[in-house]
Design a protein around this ligand. Structure first.
Ligand SMILES: Cc1ncc(COP(=O)(O)O)c(C=O)c1O
Length: 384
C-alpha cells in the first residue's frame, strides 16, 4: 500500500508545460532571430497572426491587442459605448466582463444565468432590454460552449438596436451551428491568457468582427487613436500585442487543433466515466461542438461538495470553482451596479460548481485517477 501511494501522481488542475516535441526549440530559434533583428512591435509575425486568426475563426477582421480585458473595452468603445450608457452583463462571468463596462464609463446591469448552460437567461435578458433600453449587451461564452439560445439572443439585440459584444475569451475553437462561434457575432473578443485554449507566453487578446469600420476603429483605439504616426483621431491607449507574443501564438496555432482534439477527448472521458449520482456534469447544448476548455460539475449538496473538495486536495488533485460568486455580489460592484434582471440561478450555479482537471494531453492514468477520487466520495458510476 505504501509503495502504491508513493508512485501515485498528483494531477494538476492545468499543466501549461505540456509542450509538443520541438515547440520550445522552434520558439527559441524564433526569439533568437527576432531579438537580434529588434522585431518587437508590429511586423510580419503580427500581420501573420491576424491573418491566421481570420481564417481559423472565419471572421473578416481580427485585431490583436494587449489582453482580453482590453479587447472588451476596445469593442465597447469602438461601438460607441461610453459615459453613462447602460450595458447588460451576465451575472455569471469572469470579473473582467463587468470591469470592462465600468472602465469605459458605462453602467452595468446584470442578467441572471440559465442553469442549463451557464449562459444568460433569455427571458431575463429580453425583459432587461425592454425595461432599461441599454446601449449594449455583453455575453460571455463560458466553459467551452455558448448559450443554447445564442441565435435568439443575437436576434433580439439586432432587432432592438442593442450593440452585442460577445466575450469569447474561453471559446476559441467552439463551433456553433456548424461554424466558428465568432463568425455570427457582430463583434467578439478573445483572451490569449496562457491558460486559454490558445494561450500566449504572457498576456494577449483580440477583437473580431465582420464590420470593416468597427475593425478600423478598434485598431485605431488600441494604438493611441492614431491616424498617422503623430496624428490622433481619437483618444485611445496603448493596447498593442507585441511581436514576440505574436510569434509564440503563431507557433501555437500550428498545434491548436491537436490541443482542442485532446481537450475534447478528456471531456468525453469524464462524460463516460464520472459517477452519475450526486453530481451533474454540464455539457455543451445542442448545436455546439465544445472546445474542451473546462470540465463543469455541479454538486448541489454543499456537504458532499465540501467532502469531495477535501478529498481531491488530500489526493493531490487540482480543481477549480469557475466561478464561486456572481458579479452583483462582488464588493467592487456596488458602486456601479444599476440593476439586476432575473432571479438567483447564478447564485445557485456558483454555489455548486466544481471543475475537475482538463487540459491538453492529459494521460488516461491521470483521468482515471480523477474519476476514482470522485467515485470514492460519491460512489462509482451507476449503470442504467
Ligand atoms: C470570460 C472572460 N472574459 C475576460 C477575460 C479577460 O481576459 P484577460 O485576462 O486576457 O484580460 C477572461 C480571462 O481571464 C475570461 O475568462
Amino acid at each position: 500500500m505504501a509503495l502504491f501511494k508513493e508512485i501515485e501522481i498528483n494531477v494538476p488542475f492545468i499543466d501549461l508545460k505540456r509542450w509538443e516535441p520541438g515547440l520550445h526549440a522552434a520558439l527559441m530559434d524564433k526569439f533568437h532571430a527576432m531579438t537580434l533583428d529588434a522585431q518587437f512591435i508590429g511586423g510580419t509575425e503580427l500581420a501573420t497572426l491576424e491573418r491566421r486568426l481570420q481564417v481559423e475563426l472565419q471572421v473578416a477582421h481580427a485585431v490583436a491587442c494587449a489582453n482580453g480585458t482590453d479587447a472588451l473595452q476596445l469593442a465597447l468603445r469602438a461601438g460607441g459605448v461610453g459615459d453613462g450608457d447602460l450595458v447588460l452583463v451576465p451575472n455569471v462571468t469572469f470579473w473582467a466582463t463587468f470591469e470592462a463596462v465600468v472602465n469605459v464609463g458605462a453602467k452595468p446591469v446584470t442578467v441572471d444565468a440559465d442553469l442549463a448552460d451557464g449562459g444568460v437567461c433569455l427571458d431575463a435578458f429580453s425583459a432587461a432590454i425592454r425595461a432599461v433600453r441599454p446601449k449594449a449587451a455583453l455575453l460571455a461564452h463560458l466553459y467551452g460552449w455558448g448559450s443554447a439560445r445564442l441565435s435568439a439572443l443575437r436576434t433580439v439585440c439586432r432587432e432592438q438596436g442593442v450593440l452585442l459584444v460577445e466575450d469569447g475569451a474561453q471559446s476559441f475553437g467552439v463551433r456553433y451551428l456548424g461554424e466558428s462561434i465568432y463568425r455570427g457575432a457582430h463583434i467578439s473578443t478573445t483572451s490569449f491568457y496562457p491558460a486559454k485554449v490558445l494561450g500566449a507566453a504572457g498576456d494577449g487578446g483580440a477583437v473580431f468582427t465582420n464590420d470593416a469600420e468597427l475593425a478600423d476603429k478598434v485598431r485605431r483605439l488600441g494604438n493611441h487613436g492614431r491616424t498617422t504616426h503623430y496624428g490622433y483621431g481619437d483618444v485611445g491607449w496603448n493596447s498593442r500585442l507585441d511581436s514576440l507574443q505574436a510569434a509564440f501564438l503563431n507557433l501555437s496555432l500550428d498545434h491548436v487543433q491537436a490541443r482542442i482534439a485532446s481537450r475534447r477527448q478528456a471531456a468525453a472521458y469524464y462524460h463516460e466515466h464520472l459517477p452519475t449520482a450526486g453530481i451533474e456534469l454540464m455539457k455543451a447544448p445542442a448545436g455546439y461542438e465544445e472546445n474542451g476548455y473546462c470540465n463543469v460539475c455541479l454538486v448541489p449538496d454543499a456537504k458532499r461538495k465540501a467532502a469531495l473538495e477535501a478529498h481531491l486536495k488530500a489526493e493531490g488533485i487540482g480543481f477549480g470553482n469557475i466561478y464561486p460568486s456572481v458579479m452583483s455580489r462582488q464588493p467592487g460592484a456596488a458602486a456601479y451596479l444599476k440593476g439586476h434582471f432575473g432571479g438567483q440561478a447564478g447564485e445557485q450555479l456558483c454555489a455548486s460548481v466544481l471543475n475537475l482537471p482538463l487540459f491538453p494531453y492529459m494521460t488516461e492514468s491521470e483521468l482515471q485517477r480523477v474519476v476514482a477520487a470522485v467515485g470514492s466520495v460519491l460512489g462509482t458510476r451507476q449503470c442504467h
